[in-house]
Design a protein around this ligand. Structure first.
Ligand SMILES: *Cc1c(COP(=O)(O)O)cnc(C)c1O
Length: 232
């Protein structure tokens, strides 16, 4: 049996220790924990929320919609998975922050859907820093153009950046990527300060290194809920 309470407690201690290992100039930045509940049921979500979790991450619209209509708790909803343009309508209805904006086409569709319900949608831009062919995220080359476009869209508000690091066997290999992301994040903050707040990177296997390198939002599933059962 997974003991969510113990896992959360242990995770919080690890987060605090990782913050202490940071360079002094970023030590005072808090870390927002997003509990990733994909492939887990509403009962488990309630349990985590009653233990103090207040931000949850889902990666599929269909699954999130079902939970959104049954979960009787108030939390912040994060979309962390890839979003298809034909699902932007339900996405803007549910999510407080959409982490996975990676193309002008998607940004424009989201903007239209947000406008239709009179909402300003908070978003992150997902960067494909390792330039992996199979992964989602905008390439570094196309990043500036996407920012420019997003800044013209009135119903989107850019809040920061997101990275899914490759699943390297040696997790230390992620460190240079996290470090580069932090530099890009700092540059973005200098250019358009007040709205830029979140650097979303780090999952169960790499969150400690991500925090050390400046992540202030981490997305953790397995370390809280145990292994996911994909046959559900
Ligand atoms: C599933 C998922 C996570 C959480 O992964 P764990 O290894 O279970 O912590 C984080 N981010 C994204 C984008 C995911 O899809």
């Amino acid at each position: 049996m997974t003991n969510i309470k113990n896992n959360l407690q242990a995770l919080k201690e690890e987060i605090a220790r990782a913050i202490e290992r940071r360079r002094t100039e970023i030590q005072d930045q808090k870390v927002t924990l997003i509990a990733v509940t994909k492939n887990h049921g509403v009962d488990l979500m309630r349990e985590a929320i009653d233990l103090g979790v207040d931000e949850i991450g889902e990666n599929r619209i269909q699954e999130a919609s079902e939970k959104f209509s049954t979960l009787d708790r108030k939390v912040k909803w994060h979309l962390i998975g890839h979003l298809q343009t034909n699902k932007v309508k339900p996405a803007v209805k549910m999510f407080d922050l959409i982490h996975s904006v990676d193309s002008e086409h998607l940004a424009e569709s989201l903007n239209r859907a947000a406008k239709a319900i009179d909402k300003v949608q908070d978003i992150l831009i997902q960067i494909n820093l390792a330039n992996e062919v199979s992964k989602t995220g905008v390439s570094v080359e196309e990043f500036d153009r996407l920012i420019e476009r997003v800044n013209t869209l009135e119903n989107l508000r850019l809040r920061g950046l997101m990275l899914i690091a490759p699943n390297y066997e040696d997790v230390e290999e992620c460190r240079p990527l996290f470090r580069s992301m932090y530099e890009i994040f700092q540059r973005l903050k200098r250019d358009q300060a007040e709205d830029i707040k979140y650097l979303s990177m780090g999952m169960t296997h790499d969150y400690k290194i991500a925090i050390e390198e400046g992540a202030n939002m981490i997305r953790v599933g397995t370390a809280i809920f145990g292994q996911r059962d994909y046959n559900l």
